[in-house]
Design a protein around this ligand. Structure first.
Ligand SMILES: Nc1ncnc2c1ncn2[C@@H]1O[C@H](COP(=O)(O)OP(=O)(O)OP(=O)(O)O)[C@@H](O)[C@H]1O
Ligand SMILES: [Mg+2]
Length: 332
């Protein structure tokens, strides 16, 4: 299991939710996971129903099984100060830069710089060791930018290493790329069983592969249950009026004849059933498209009534079952 788990996907498909559930799933048996957010929107704090996260790693949850989840909202400005500090021992000069607005200026003018700082910070957490030389975090899970930006985001240090041909910045950029291009990293894509997100997933994976970045798994989120069996689906797809009316009548809903209760229920029921059959068919097509990608695919159910903390733990349990099954299968 890679120690840096990057979660990307089309906007709104559940990246933040899946990243959080994955951190909870990995934090088992005393393991420690760090969940990092790079888009500065405090999605993690909202999800865990806590106040906004400061730029500081703090424990936000205890996973079932006793592991711990820490969270960090990486702030580009603070990360830049860390970075300058690391190379130039800036101290109070860093604060002066901040006052002057130099940092705002630098991160605004060079969007690439933001990404250098964000990925750099995440990789620092992956590599960090304690006094006993053990890793501080067993896993780092990143709630990453969406599919359209992920390859550029992860690859930015490659450019930097090319620009600064030697020296500390070159070395730092190379160290980051060494983590990101190694089996220590896995980049997952969250998708829905819908045409657009599936297409984006396929494109994103192709881009990632072209950049030689490690593709992880496809996580199909918000999967709705199939309510009826194949036979019933075929019935629903073709409009079997009389058959349905008779079935309703048998179920005690009045006579199947004209004007009876069962007769009046037939239209709306058939409509719903046809809709359902159509959706199942579309989902089947999208599943087939995903199968072409030849990657391990996990499915997570659509949880009704909004997603609360209990729902998050449920998704974590689902993910843990997937991970366990995979380990048992020997492909982890
Ligand atoms: N399995 C699920 N069941 C039900 N609701 C879900 C599920 N997964 C995510 N959601 C809900 O879908 C919405 C979008 O999820 P989330 O914020 O995780 O997506 P995102 O990809 O991070 O979005 P963005 O692109 O805006 O960052 C949220 O309201 C979340 O609670
Ligand atoms: Mg999000």
């Amino acid at each position: 299991m890679s120690r840096l788990q990057v979660v990307s996907g089309k906007g709104g498909t559940g990246k933040t939710t899946v990243a959080a559930a994955l951190a909870l799933a990995l934090a088992t048996e005393g393991k420690r996971a760090l969940l990092v957010e790079v888009e500065g929107r405090q999605g993690i704090a909202q999800l865990f129903e806590t106040e906004a996260l400061p730029y500081e790693e703090r424990k936000i949850a205890v996973a079932s099984g006793g592991g711990e989840v820490y969270a960090l909202a990486i702030d580009a400005e603070r990360a830049l100060l860390d970075y300058l500090q690391m190379f130039y021992k800036l101290g109070s000069a860093g604060r002066a830069l901040k006052k002057l607005g130099a940092i705002d200026f630098a991160t605004t003018i060079a969007p690439g710089l933001r990404d250098v700082l964000l990925t750099g910070k995440a990789c620092e957490a992956v590599r960090r060791r304690d006094k006993k030389n053990a890793y501080v975090y067993d896993y780092v899970v990143m709630d990453a930018p969406p599919t359209g930006r992920i390859t550029k985001f992860l690859n930015v240090n490659d450019e930097v290493a090319g620009l600064a041909k030697f020296g500390p910045i070159h070395n730092q950029a190379q160290a980051v790329m060494r983590v990101l291009k190694s089996p220590e990293t896995a980049v997952h894509f969250v998708t829905l069983l819908e045409e657009m997100p599936v297409q984006e997933t396929a494109d994103g994976i192709a881009e990632l592969r072209a950049a030689e970045l490690p593709v992880g798994k496809v996580i199909v989120n918000m999967v709705r249950p199939q309510l009826v069996d194949e036979q019933a689906l075929r019935t629903a797809a073709g409009e079997q009026r009389t058959e349905v009316a008779r079935a309703l009548s048998r179920a005690g809903l009045g006579g199947a004849g004209r004007g009876g209760v069962a007769e009046r229920l037939v239209e709306p029921l058939l409509e719903q059933a046809a809709e359902h059959a159509q959706r199942v068919e579309l989902e089947r097509e999208q599943r087939a498209a995903l199968a072409q990608l030849d990657l391990t695919t996990y499915e997570l159910p659509l949880l009704g009534e909004g997603l609360d903390l209990a729902g998050l733990y449920r998704l974590a349990a689902e993910l843990r079952a997937h991970l366990g099954a995979e380990r048992a299968g020997g492909t982890a």
